[in-house]
Design a protein around this ligand. Structure first.
Ligand code: SAM
Length: 368
């Protein structure tokens, strides 16, 4: 055992013998996910919600919930419930709550996450943070998320969502992904649609308010709104993303068989083609992160959030394809902005940009 500090919490975690963090650990604690937890705190502190009923159905060591109790602003938490199927995780959570002098108004249980959620009336925030796919827990979480509640979903099965395993993507996410520079964004959008389709079955429209792809995982926070018409409107944005491998043109379509440069375009989807971020929230979150790396990550997201466009441009790939000297992202962005286009770096890769300009516009600007 060892005691570690993360944010304002200290927790007891199993000493990791091998370097790899895996689900074979006695109780799962992944230090790489510190940012993931910090971001959840920042998000909840920056939304207009008080007295929240919070559920952590897959709580592991309890670190996330303990940090919520320590770091969420006063009045944010009305009730908080920890749960994990693993008895060792349950014991760790109990000990860690004690270690942090948290004794009252907290409920800890040890059962299957679906059973735990079903046993409760409903929650304003549910955090689905499993190993691998969130699928087994989505339907219950969606049933139990309140009107105007926030559902947080993590997926670590990136191979399926990034099309390294196309059959798995079709089976698990009912969609086609894409194996190129678009894969992280496409993965996020495929996951978003999967969650939204289950939401629609329950007349709940789940709109992403903050999304990102990082390290080995995808994460989306959804705002839940009740209403059949909202769901119908949302589902109109489930389209195909078409991509020309010859010229890097892209388009959205109801169909997956359009042509460009004399050949059928590659396609991904159906996927969510609406916004991945709430612009104001993204700006507020980016103002909060002090360490340089995280601040840049979040400020790239805040800038991306201002651009209503699906897909990224890989400037290295573009320079190879069009045989031009690799341009600097910041130079391209400022030239695009001078021409009144929107443009930003991306949180996904340093050499990618997001813009509402077409490939012809970008190439024209770089060549001139
Ligand atoms: C990735 S860890 C959770 C990490 C945690 N949320 C954090 O921030 O540190 C996944 C946890 O889910 C638990 N788990 C797996 N299947 C479960 C199930 N069906 N019901 C409840 N818990 C489950 C595992 O025991 C493990 O502790």
């Amino acid at each position: 055992m060892q005691i570690i500090s993360e944010g304002k919490a200290k927790i007891k975690v199993p000493r990791v013998v091998s370097k790899a963090v895996s689900k074979k650990m006695p109780v799962f604690y992944n230090p790489v996910m510190e940012f993931n937890r910090s971001l959840s705190i920042s998000l909840l502190n920056n939304i207009n919600k008080k007295d929240m009923k919070i559920a952590l159905p897959l709580a592991a060591t309890g670190i996330r919930g303990i940090r919520f109790i320590r770091e969420l602003k006063r009045g944010k938490i009305g009730e908080i419930k920890f749960n994990d199927l693993d008895i060792k995780a349950f014991k760790f959570t109990m000990e860690n709550l004690q270690l942090n002098d948290i004794s009252k108004d907290v409920i800890v249980s040890c059962m299957d996450a679906n059973l735990f959620m079903m046993n409760n009336e409903g929650f304003d925030y549910i955090d689905i943070d499993p190993f691998g796919s969130p699928n087994p827990f989505l339907e219950t979480a969606i049933k139990k998320i309140s009107r105007s509640g926030i559902l947080a979903v993590t997926a670590t099965d990136t191979a399926a969502l990034c099309s390294a395993k196309p059959k798995a993507c079709l089976r698990k996410y009912w969609s086609h992904s894409m194996w190129n520079e678009q894969m992280q964004e496409i993965g996020l959008r495929v996951l978003a649609r999967r969650v939204q389709l289950i939401g629609a079955m329950h007349d709940k429209a789940l709109t992403p308010i903050y999304s990102y792809a990082k390290d080995h995982y995808f994460r989306i926070f959804f705002l839940c709104e009740k209403g059949k018409q909202l769901c119908d409107k949302m589902m109109k944005k489930h389209l195909y993303f078409l991509y020309c491998t010859k010229c890097m043109a892209r388009t959205l379509s109801k169909h997956n068989n359009e042509k460009c440069c004399g050949k059928t375009m590659d396609f991904a989807g159906p996927l969510w083609t609406g916004r991945l971020w709430d612009t104001k929230l993204a700006r507020k979150i980016s103002a909060e992160f002090a360490p340089k790396k995280e601040r840049i990550f979040c400020s790239n997201i805040a800038n991306e959030a201002l651009i209503d466009a699906v897909g990224v441009y890989d400037l290295h790939k573009l320079s190879r394809l069009y045989q031009i000297k690799p341009p600097k992202p910041d130079d391209v962005i400022s030239s695009l902005k001078k021409k009144k286009f929107k443009a930003s770096r991306t949180h996904i890769n340093n050499n990618y940009i997001r813009t509402n300009a077409s490939i012809q516009d970008i190439v024209g600007i770089i060549k001139n």
